[in-house]
Design a protein around this ligand. Sequence first.
Ligand code: G3P
Ligand code: MG
Length: 243
Amino acid sequence: MRIFAHRGASGSAPENTLTAFQLAVQEGASWIETDVDLAACGTPVLLHDTDLDRTSNLTGPLYAYRAEELAQADAGSWFSPRFAGQPVPTLAQLVDLANEQGLNLNIELKSNEQGAGRSRLLLERTLAELGRLGEGRQVLVSSFNHLLLAELKVRAPQLRVAALFTRETFGPDWLSVLELIGAEAAHLEDSGLTRASVQALRQAGYEVNVYTVNSPARANQLKNWGVNGIFTDYPGRMLHLEG
Ligand code: G3P
Ligand code: MG
């Protein structure tokens, strides 16, 4: 089973910071999941929420700040004073880290809230950054925005794509959705997940990865169900299940 460090080692360090990614590496993770959207200047940056309030000393939407302003932000103190001064990183910084450390990336494209033009710019800028990954680095691009994924797959058919579903959005039309996107994988919410759903997806030839799993017992059960991977905030706890 593949272990994805969810927003880095986000149980032990502030999510989506370089420190959280480096800690995941120290814990032995080889796959990092992160969330990508555009700053005001069009630079892809790593942030889960559209607003900066929960995870930094800034307020309001990410879209109002340039990457250089986000580089001055404190995205660590909210988690612990030990992490004060951690900035909001760019995707470029994570690509550099992946090349240095031999990491593989699950890039979750956020559903940009500024319209089609900015959504397409998010695709273009993300593809440009991923193009800098060295040979041997693996990438999986996911999103809850299935329209964005379908467009990505047209532009970059060689990229592996995963459709994200919540418990509420995973419905009986899943095969149609995955085939229309051209997806290779489904990323499913752990809550409410059934063994029958996992088996149906696997039998149809799809990779299945489940978020967010922090209990080793549950992770082991999902492995027995045939799940291919899990997203966890505590990669160090789960790596014995890898392989
Ligand atoms: O990509 C898996 C998981 O991160 C999806 O949900 O809200 O944590 O980005 P969220
Ligand atoms: Mg995510």
